[in-house]
Structures are given as structure tokens and as C-alpha cells.
Write a protein that binds this ligand. Structure first.
Ligand code: GA4
Length: 271
């Protein structure tokens, strides 16, 4: 797709600007340009990023080519996310098939877009044999995504890892022609735990820089996040308490990256 290569080169140009220029995105925390700090609770990573809302984001007016490339890409990736959610609904045998995708299509959908740049992280001894020399330097710490679905695309640099059930990490091969789809916490709740939001993280690369772009599809703030009624059979009960996306987002944005954010909303949590 041409829009991807334009976006990639515009983003690379943006991140190579001096810091003071990058800080002129015209947005305030947590949106706009960020550097090392992630969230509000002290998490840090070897990363710089652009975090944007997808609805009429007013930022980047002095970076018009980047802005246009972002808008084009966001439109396509949102469409792709909706198609995937519709296939998921088919797979779950629930109707209407837009029961999930309509939340992203909603004008009020609270979706975000992120471009992450992980510069090469030199001077670190290879610590583990996981295929990159910087096994233990964290680019973006372990976390699950709070929204419904995330669509990630990266350049051909490794770094992304997912956590398996027993706690080991495996690398996701970097493939710039593929998209990595991640189930968010909200989709886990909406499917009453059938789909799991998987913990993932990014470790740095000692030689190459990594550029990734992620669309996080979220529902409107007022939306109730609860298991889809059509999925509940017989006397099945929700595993979760009732909450809106606004409530979940507020609690998530006050947490540390690695926290288990859903645990506070589970009905039968052990603690
Ligand atoms: C993870 C998914 C998205 O990148 C994000 C992140 C957000 C942020 O960078 O401000 C959070 C993180 C993410 C989850 C917990 C909180 C909020 C950082 C953090 C410590 C934009 C999002 O929606 O949640």
C-alpha cells in the first residue's frame, strides 16, 4: 500500500527532527509527542512516540504531509479492524455481524493512533538468546491494550514479543507486509473471556531502529462494556462487573503498564 510507505517515511523524517521541533505538535499530554515516559505512573521505555486521537485530531498542523498520510492510513486501518471484528462475529456465530464493528464506526468511537520509534539501543551486552542482542532493555513495557482491538504494523525490525500463558516471551517475527492483531481487554469482556487480551512488550534492538504504528479501536466513552447477550447461553453469567468504557479507561490510565487492569472489574477475582 502506497499510503504505508509515505507514512513510514514521513514518520521517520518527523522523528529525526530536533527535540524542540518534535515538541511542536500542538497537543497536550497524553497526546502529541512523547519521549521515554509512558502514561502517568512513572513507566519509562527506550521509545519516542506520537499519540493521537482519531477523531478530528487538531495536532500536527505544521506537519501537513505527515498529517495527510496519517489520516489516509487511519481510514484504511479502521476499515480493516472493522472487517476483522465482523469475521470474529461470524466465527462466534453472533448476529448482527456488525455488533462489534459498529462501536468503531460510531462517530463517538474513542479510538487512538500511535506511532512508536525505537532508536537502536547501543552499548548493551547481549543478555539473552531471544534473537536480538538487547534481551533485557525495554522499549515498551509489558501490558495489555485496554480497547477492543489493536492493529499493529511495523518496519522490518524485531522487538515485539508476546507472553505465553506460563510466562515465557516469544518474539513476533517482524514482517512489514503483515498486520499484527491484538485483542484488547474490552473484547475479552465482551466475549466473556473467550478471546483473551494477550500481554505484549517491545524490547530494543541494538542495531536497527524500529518503527511501529498502531490503531487502537475503542468504543464511545458512554458504551457499556459487558458480554454480548447473544453469546451467553443458558444460565451463563458474566465474569465481569458492569462498567462503561469511560470508567475502564479512567482506571486504566491511572495504572502502571504491567498492572492487571481487568482484575478490578472481575466478579470472581481471587483478591
Ligand atoms: C496501552 C495501549 C495504548 O498504547 C495506550 C497506552 C496508554 C498511554 O500510553 O498513555 C497507557 C497504556 C496504553 C495502558 C495503561 C496506561 C495507559 C499507558 C499506561 C501506563 C495509548 C492506551 O490506550 O493504553
Amino acid at each position: 500500500m502506497e499510503s504505508i510507505s509515505v507514512l513510514e517515511s514521513e514518520a521517520t523524517k518527523f522523528f529525526s527532527l530536533p527535540l524542540c521541533e518534535k515538541q511542536k505538535t500542538g497537543q497536550t499530554q497524553p497526546y502529541g509527542y512523547g519521549h521515554k515516559r509512558i502514561g502517568t505512573q512513572g513507566d519509562v521505555g527506550w521509545v519516542e512516540y506520537l499519540l493521537l486521537t482519531t477523531n478530528q485530531d487538531p495536532s500536527l498542523h505544521s506537519f501537513q504531509t505527515l498529517r495527510v498520510a496519517l489520516n489516509n492510513y487511519m481510514k484504511s486501518v479502521k476499515k480493516m479492524a472493522c472487517e476483522i471484528l465482523e469475521m470474529m462475529a461470524d466465527g462466534l456465530k453472533i448476529q448482527p455481524r456488525n455488533v462489534l464493528s459498529k462501536l468503531l464506526m460510531d462517530e463517538e468511537s474513542d479510538s487512538v493512533f500511535r506511532v512508536n520509534h525505537y532508536p537502536p539501543c547501543p552499548n548493551v551486552q547481549p543478555l539473552s538468546g531471544n534473537g536480538n542482542g538487547n534481551g533485557d532493555v525495554i522499549g515498551f513495557g509489558e501490558h495489555t491494550d485496554p480497547q477492543i482491538i489493536s492493529v499493529l504494523r511495523s518496519n522490518n525490525t524485531s522487538g515485539l514479543q508476546i507472553s505465553l500463558r506460563e510466562g515465557s516471551w516469544i518474539s513476533v517475527p517482524p514482517d512489514q507486509t503483515s498486520f499484527f492483531i491484538n485483542v484488547g481487554d474490552s473484547l475479552q469482556v465482551m466475549t466473556n473471556g473467550r478471546f483473551k487480551s494477550v500481554k505484549h512488550r517491545v524490547v530494543t534492538n541494538s542495531v536497527k531502529s524500529r518503527l511501529s504504528m498502531i490503531y487502537f479501536g475503542g468504543p464511545p466513552l458512554s458504551e457499556k462494556i459487558a458480554p454480548l447477550p447473544s453469546l451467553m447461553r443458558g444460565d451463563q453469567q458474566s465474569l465481569y462487573k458492569e462498567f462503561t468504557w469511560f470508567e475502564y479507561k479512567k482506571s486504566a490510565y491511572n495504572s502502571r503498564l504491567a498492572d492487571n487492569r481487568l482484575i478490578h472489574f472481575e466478579k470472581f477475582a481471587a483478591s
